[in-house]
Ligand binder design. Sequence first.
Ligand SMILES: C[S@@+](CC[C@H](N)C(=O)[O-])C[C@H]1O[C@@H](n2cnc3c(N)ncnc32)[C@H](O)[C@@H]1O
Length: 392
Amino acid sequence: MTPAARTQAAIELLDQITVAARNGGAAADVLIARYFQQRRYAGSKDRRAVRTLVYEAIRTLGERPASGRAAVLALAADRPDLAATFDGSGFGPAAIAPGEPVARAGLAPAWLHDALQRSDLDRRQLQALLDRAPLDIRVNTLMGTRDDAAALFDGAVPIAHTPAGLRLPADTDVERSDAFAGGLVEVQDAGSQLATLATGAAPGMTVVDLCAGGGGKTLALAALMANEGRIVATDTDRTRLQRLQPRADRAGVTIAEARLLDPGEEAAALDDLRDTADLVLVDAPCSGTGTWRRNPEARWRLTAARLARLLETQCRLLDLAAALVRPGGALAFVVCSLLDAEGREQVDGFLGRHAGWSTEPVAIGTAHGAGARLTPASDGTDGFFVARLRRP
Ligand SMILES: C[S@@+](CC[C@H](N)C(=O)[O-])C[C@H]1O[C@@H](n2cnc3c(N)ncnc32)[C@H](O)[C@@H]1O
């Protein structure tokens, strides 16, 4: 592909990504993969160049752009080499017309930017939300030690404050390694590992992982529990939850059982667990503002209405979880968001609704409200809010 054709491809992809962001369609990565499946003539260097340009545009623009062309023009404004590819040649974009709309650089849509600033994030913290994420793995201590795993990956470095985390060079193909196939390692951001550690899970406990998804934290819990006790892993998303069993088999986890919930009917399906759990983990569905390093286009998807729906769900799940905790047991609340509305304010609301419950210090990151926070700038992890609540 010529440089001009690569620019045109990035424009077309950004058009698709913009539409998908508006309509709740496929993620940027999926759209990029599909685009190149239909264009076999593109070589690996072309793909890499187009992908880099697309992600540069996504990271640069806080607001969803009006078009892919306006998005790439924003990058071209201070890159003469890129501007020169708007040459009107056969496969390239038309020449730049005077006064053409150009998308504006920014960190996030204005309403969201304000909400993040009100959540005590300064400019440095906000900027770091859009850094490139490192490649982290969790060593499955049911299968071996961190040293065992480190010896199998070139350039592996232990991650501070985690008992089983390793940071790897970005191009390591973890999922094709023997260590992955044999269940010794899982790809998991250090923030998720620390959040799981902060739950206080221990061998022999009865644990409910209420929003288990594909089981990332379920497996980490099982390792902390030395595969002793019981974990009931629930979710309303069948496709995600179905990933748990094969992963558990690979990891040698035998204490996790999956339970699919019907949305709105969760309490009935969990009735047998009322007042029984030593620990309930609510890794709640959230806006994901802490994971923009991995999904920068998520900020083009979030609206105030969608955030309001998430807040309602989080509140409902917290109340649902409280009913499962035994007297004296604990509820861990985790969101991969740094918006206070989803973090400290949810916990304050919970404490107002549930008399006698108390919060406990969480020994990770920086204390924030009744919990603690991890941020890309301070901790080098995805952004998380974590709180641990104790039933009287
Ligand atoms: C942050 S993700 C969980 C990630 C997962 N714990 C992990 O570590 O990989 C939130 C999950 O909440 C689930 N969820 C949404 N509404 C729910 C509900 N009413 N009850 C249970 N799970 C729900 C979503 O399907 C999603 O898998």
